[in-house]
Design a protein around this ligand. Structure first.
Ligand SMILES: [Zn+2]
Length: 390
């Protein structure tokens, strides 16, 4: 068994309030606990959007009633995440918001982004950027490249990510503030962040477990080894691998792994994005974007450890100590006197990812039906057992 500080997730979607058929604070925090997480940050693209102290109170009420673990709210940068007018940063910070993000949407307005960074500088909080230029992603379904062409799907090019990352870094280098790039997916974005860090720009970044373990090929079912009977017309598309930004090429994946090792990428964050069965089991074009990831995060990262691509120490550090640093909270360590947030896992235990095995309401994971190695057996949050493997 390995005993680790409880994991901290900077980026998850709990869908509560407003989309309780996809996830709730209760089901999402149970999934987090089962995945070894003791702190998660909830993204604000709910209904209502968390963009004022009123809607924040609704979320905080649900957290105080239903959360098994610590749930920290992230508020929107702009009202309704519409990219038109900034929220009241100071008022929301006073009520317990830890960061701001229009995640799901890209803040296209350069001037508003610059103003948000000014507030970030003034009040010391991260601005989390979902960096995908909508000009190039409006109808995009997967990574743009030979495979999207072959499948007849419109692509989301990696430069759509790079141009927004470049803009954000440019603004942060002139204005200051703390810029955090969410779910980095491309080689080009990695290079921009690496250069910016070397120049001393205050930029941090995250990568999801799926972007470092899967390539764009995951959007196709493996018809040779899958359980699909020959008598059926197979659906070759796997909408459970449809995510924004998209899973990319092997070159991008290799660059992301290198960036984790050389600290260009600071943390692993799940971007847990649960969806209902109906949201995903439709045509690829109309399927929702997102992967349910809290419960497979550790196992998928351990896959990289078993392939000697990253060390176990790096996995643990980037799930605990490093996200705590970005949030500037006294969590993520096992030092004397620290809060008892603990995860115990067996790296050698295998388990099969099935709808029944997941606490999340979102069964939308490309690992569905696969056997993975590494299972959390005990999670303690704030001194209380919140998950124990049966
Ligand atoms: Zn996002």
């Amino acid at each position: 068994m390995i005993l680790s500080p409880g994991f901290i997730d900077l980026h998850c979607h709990l869908r509560d309030p407003g989309f309780e058929h996809k996830e709730t604070v209760q089901s999402g925090s149970a999934a987090a606990a089962a995945g070894g997480f003791t702190t998660v940050c909830a993204m604000p693209n709910t209904s209502p959007v968390i963009d004022n102290t009123g809607s924040l109170k609704i979320l905080q009420q649900a957290i105080s009633e239903d959360a098994l673990i610590r749930v920290l709210p992230i508020a929107a940068i702009t009202k309704g995440q519409q990219g038109q007018a900034l929220v009241d940063f100071q008022g929301l910070l006073k009520q317990g918001v830890v960061a701001f993000s229009d995640d799901g949407n890209t803040l296209e307005d350069d001037h508003l982004m610059s103003q948000a960074l000014l507030y970030s500088k003034e009040f010391s909080f991260p601005i989390i950027s979902h960096a995908e230029s909508t000009k190039f992603t409006t109808n995009g379904q997967m990574n743009a490249g030979p495979l999207s062409f072959a499948l007849g799907l419109e692509g989301r090019p990696s430069f759509a990510e790079e141009i927004v990352v470049a803009r954000d870094i440019s603004l942060a280098s002139h204005i200051g503030g703390h810029l955090h790039i969410a779910h980095v997916s491309s080689l080009g974005a990695v290079e921009l962040i690496r250069t910016a860090k070397n120049k001393g720009v205050h930029v941090t970044s995250e990568v999801t477990p799926h972007h470092v373990t899967l390539t764009e090929r995951a959007v196709c079912h493996d018809l040779t080894t899958g359980s699909i009977s020959k008598d059926f017309i197979p659906n070759i598309y796997n909408a459970n691998a449809k995510v924004a930004p998209p899973l990319r090429s092997p070159k991008d994946v290799a660059a992301l792994i290198d960036a984790v090792e050389d600290e260009t990428i600071d943390v692993f964050a799940t971007d847990h994005a649960p969806h209902s069965y109906e949201d995903k089991n439709t045509t690829f074009q109309s399927a929702a974007f997102g992967i349910s990831a809290l419960e497979t995060a550790l196992s998928s990262l351990l896959l990289l450890v078993s392939q000697n691509k990253i060390s176990l120490k790096t996995v643990i550090k980037k799930l605990t100590q490093d996200p705590a640093k970005i949030l500037n909270v006294p969590l993520g360590t096992l030092s004397t006197g620290s809060i008892a947030d603990i995860a115990v896992f067996n790296p050698d235990q295998s388990w099969r990812v099935s709808p029944e095995s997941l606490y999340s309401k979102g069964k939308n994971t490309p690992w569905l039906g696969k056997t993975m190695l590494g299972k959390v057996v005990l999670t303690i949050a704030n001194g209380e057992i919140v998950y124990q493997k049966k």
